[in-house]
Design a protein around this ligand. Structure first.
Ligand code: GLY
Length: 381
């Protein structure tokens, strides 16, 4: 018997497992294939300001709280695991290639400023002062000093060590069926038929979160896969590498470049509604390289190390789904879409607190799974 079974060993599931075990619970973490987690593909941008969209004020507030808590989270984690997660606080330069891109970004940054974000407007030559490798064609941009980055793969390794040290038991198995009686969770059954008895299950399985049987349809959160393809590149030691994360808008299409301390540069990413399809397409790679080169011409000199595709868990409002819904003891921590690395520490801590009977942290109040129930009931699902 475990106090809690957490399904999904990506950044969200691992952080929730670690925090819950730290709080004294016995925790089992269940995942058959953590290699497919969106976290393994993610670039690791911690960017509540430069990834903001209209109508996302509550998400912006959550992202800001999460971003402020990151230094302490990383320090604690690295102290326990001894693994450097390459947390870099050098800021993000968000740039526009043409006039239309500039107008579009200006509107978003005006909206961000209304939400209280601190950003610095840059002329084209200021952008190149911050990043000398940027093309002279870059029209202008914004410096966001508080948008940072982390290496999600290092973060995963670090969390695995910390979770293990806190006593989390790991099972390589796929969660197949939820068991409940009298509207209370009693356990979860694996694909091979083992039943794990527990009265609390947290589903943190990204876009696969809805695939577990035995969950009432009305409790299933509306998450869907949003495919992101990206490239991992490597710079020789004498290459004039970017200092900041560069996020750009190129003829209306976003592209980003995320440099790491070890010479890796992540170039991403597409955003595709293709269902559960993780195939790499030449069109995506061609477009990413073409657009990145318009901003940062030196990019094509780099070694191509890896091409990957991940499935982000998208939700109808691009925001996470965190809280209890369904039979008593069934918890959800999914729908983190583009913000899994940023929000994992906050979500993990919120889940651990709520499992202990604590209140929902204020910054998560807008992200309960119940917010979709009225729409779902109208649609009869
Ligand atoms: N946050 C970057 C991405 O989702 O591609």
């Amino acid at each position: 018997m475990s106090d809690v079974v957490i399904v999904g060993a990506g950044l969200i599931g691992l952080t929730a497992a670690w925090r819950t075990a730290q709080a004294g619970a016995t925790v089992t973490l269940l995942d058959a294939d953590s290699e497919r987690a969106a976290s393994r593909v993610a670039a690791g941008m911690l960017a509540p300001i430069s990834e903001l969209n209209y109508g996302e004020a509550a998400l912006f507030r959550l992202g800001t709280v999460a971003s402020r808590g990151y230094p302490d989270f990383v320090a604690e984690l690295m102290n326990i695991s001894g693994i450097d997660v390459d947390y870099r606080q050098r800021g993000t330069v968000s740039v526009a290639l043409d006039n239309d891109d500039h107008r579009a970004l200006a509107e978003i940054f005006d909206y961000a400023a209304l939400q209280g974000a601190k950003v610095h407007k840059l002329r084209g030559r200021d952008c190149r002062r911050h990043e000398p490798g940027l093309s002279p064609k870059v029209r202008g941009g914004w410096l966001v000093e508080t948008d940072h980055q982390v290496d999600p793969r290092r973060l995963l390794r670090s969390l695995e060590v910390a979770a293990q040290r806190a006593g989390v038991r790991r099972r390589t198995a796929s969660a197949a069926r939820l068991h409940s009686r009298h509207h209370r969770v009693t356990g979860i059954e694996t694909e091979s038929g083992d039943l794990l008895n527990t009265d609390a299950v947290v589903i943190a399985a990204g876009c696969w979160s809805t695939r577990i049987e035995g969950v009432p349809p009305s409790a299933r959160p509306p998450v869907r896969p949003i495919k992101g393809q990206l490239l991992r590149l490597r710079a020789p030691t004498d290459f004039p590498m970017l200092n900041h994360t560069v996020r750009g808008l190129v003829h209306g299409v976003p592209v980003y470049l995320v440099p790491r301390s070890d010479g890796e540069l992540v170039l991403g990413a597409t955003s595709e509604e293709q269902g559960f399809d993780r195939r790499i397409t030449l069109e995506a790679i061609y477009s990413l390289v073409r657009d990145a080169r318009l901003l940062f011409p030196g990019v094509t000199e780099l070694e191509l190390v890896e091409i990957s595709a991940g499935l982000r868990p998208g939700s109808p409002d691009n925001a996470p789904i965190v809280g209890e819904r369904g039979p008593r003891g069934l918890w959800w921590a999914t729908g983190h879409y583009r913000n899994g690395a940023l929000l994992a520490p906050a979500t993990g801590a919120a889940i651990a607190r709520m499992l202990r009977g604590g209140t929902t942290p204020d910054e998560f109040a807008a992200f309960s799974p119940d917010r979709f129930s009225a729409a779902a009931e109208t649609l009869g699902v």
